[in-house]
Write a protein that binds this ligand. Structure first.
Ligand code: HEM
Length: 462
């Protein structure tokens, strides 16, 4: 009886403390005019619920508070916006007190000149320089031949093997970028690959800079990446020869005249932005095509028709790429259904009013675009993999289609990313057939990933 009473008392006291803490945290953030919502626990907010329940957390909160609610996630008071019109407005109005709101750990490791860390005129310059190295004409004349050469060699010996396609597509995305940037030596690219992977993990970690933490390793990774890049740039500058690659474009750019620090951060941005996006889209396309034989057949026919007029070693060119209409549709449908990007983050630089509510200075806005991907008005039968829906090209430019973001920060690498995945699929489906080994788990939130790899058995087509 006494034990029971003690346990009972402990439970009552704990309940009291928990309720008091939750209440205190609500009162702490109480301010007239804020959107509805809950702030969760002190310090942690609702991060655990958000990470554990993922999209269901968002849907539940929306059911209770509407499409514009407050929360406290990932260490910051946050407004979640799930309204497509409002999301569009936020992305189009960056100048009016809104800047990117990515976690400090990410910005610290990606560098202070990184495009996501700069605003106003500095952003304009970095974006202008970025657009010049990934423009359609640069892709056509310089990058596509490099991507083709790289993919052909990367996919040359997959037949008869069991592969982790997640690992292979990650390696593919990174090494393909090295090739386009102009880092081709095996020795340099091997150490750059190792250090860059540390950097990536650091950007996704808690910002605790103690020996042994991922954050700390991420910083070391950045330091070593910078050292390697600095050497490459100095060698380039000392040499009289010109280079038709991204680095050549950045070093020889007289319009934006970037400093060496800016060039290095720009290169890190290219590597970082095209890494998980391109690799995950490629892996998920392999998955969906495997599960949808009719789509795979149509895709394969499109690529075999291109090969028909070519010798076995002829590269694909810009016209071939532009003719890959069904491939483009498969890529858009893959990005939509898998939701490669859940949304983007912004932060307020001053108190502002949005949607009739007050958003205090320094709060984050999570422009959550995931739900738009499953909007049945825009995508009838939204859970079905139906690439044919993208044959109507107007869907690509629909103002609620935010697979590549929108407004002033619309992804400048959109066409480059699509060209990379298309070239990968070209060599993959014309050279090979594959089946899944089975038993691998795919997680869809917070990132699309296969925690233990995604294994396929590959055989040659001929
Ligand atoms: C194909 C897969 C890709 C997807 C799904 C994707 C998606 C996105 C999204 C949603 C944004 C908006 C971020 C924001 O508003 O804060 C963005 C921005 C950006 N992306 Fe991509 N991206 C892809 C490939 C690439 C590639 C290959 C590059 C390489 C150059 C790239 C470079 C960038 C850069 C530099 C930004 C920042 C733009 C700015 O702040 O002005 N992306 N991307």
């Amino acid at each position: 009886m006494a034990v029971f009473l003690v346990v009972f008392l402990v439970v009552v006291v704990l309940c009291f403390i928990c309720t008091a803490l939750l209440r205190w945290n609500e009162v702490r953030y109480r301010k007239k005019g804020l959107p509805p919502g809950t702030m969760g626990w002190p310090v942690f907010g609702e991060t655990t619920e958000f990470l554990k329940q993922g999209p269901n957390f968002m849907k539940n909160q929306r059911a209770r508070y509407g499409s514009f609610f407050k929360s406290h996630i990932l260490g910051c008071p946050t407004i979640v916006s799930m309204d497509p019109e409002l999301n569009r407005y936020i992305l189009l109005n960056e100048g009016k007190g809104l800047v990117p709101g990515y976690p400090q750990s990410m910005l610290d490791i990606l560098g202070k000149c990184n495009i996501a860390a700069v605003n106003g005129s500095a952003h304009k310059a970095m974006r202008g320089s970025m657009l010049s190295i990934v423009s359609p004409s640069t892709i056509r004349d310089q990058l596509l031949p490099k991507i083709d050469e790289f993919m052909r060699s990367h996919l040359s010996n997959w037949g008869g093997k069991t592969l982790d396609i997640q690992e292979k597509t990650k390696e593919m995305a990174l090494l393909s970028s090295f090739y386009q940037i102009g880092i081709a030596s095996d020795e340099k690219s091997e150490s750059l690959k190792t250090e860059f992977c540390k950097l990536v993990i650091g950007t996704l970690s808690l910002p605790i800079n103690l020996p042994g933490t991922n954050y700390n390793r991420g910083f070391k990774g950045r330091k070593n990446v910078i050292e390697i890049l600095r050497k490459i740039i100095e060698e380039r500058r000392a040499s009289p020869s010109t280079h038709n690659d991204m680095l050549g474009g950045l070093i020889g750019d007289n319009r934006y005249n970037l400093s060496i620090e800016e060039i290095m951060d720009q290169i890190i941005t290219v590597l970082y932005s095209g890494y998980e996006t391109v690799s995950t889209t490629s892996m998920m396309a392999v998955k969906y095509l495997h599960d949808h034989p009719r789509a795979l057949q149509e895709l394969r026919e499109e690529h075999l028709a291109i090969r028909k007029h070519k010798g076995p070693d002829d590269p694909i060119d810009w016209n071939d790429y532009r003719s890959m209409k069904f491939t483009r549709a498969v890529i858009f449908e893959t990005m939509r259904l898998a939701t490669i990007v859940n949304g983007v983050l912004r932060q307020t630089t001053e108190d502002m009013e949005l949607n009739g509510f007050l958003i205090p200075k320094g709060w984050r806005i999570y422009v959550y675009t995931r739900e738009s991907n499953y909007d049945s008005c825009l995508y009838p039968d939204p859970l079905a993999f139906n690439p044919w829906r993208w044959k109507d090209r107007s869907l690509e430019s629909h103002h609620h289609m935010m697979l590549f973001g929108g407004g002033t920060r619309l992804c400048p690498g959109k066409e480059l990313g699509i060209a990379e995945v298309s070239t990968f699929l070209h060599y993959f489906v014309t050279k090979y057939r594959w089946e899944e080994v089975g038993g691998d788990t795919l997680m869809k939130f917070p990132r699309v990933e296969a925690p233990n790899g995604f294994h396929i058995r590959v055989s040659s087509s001929q």
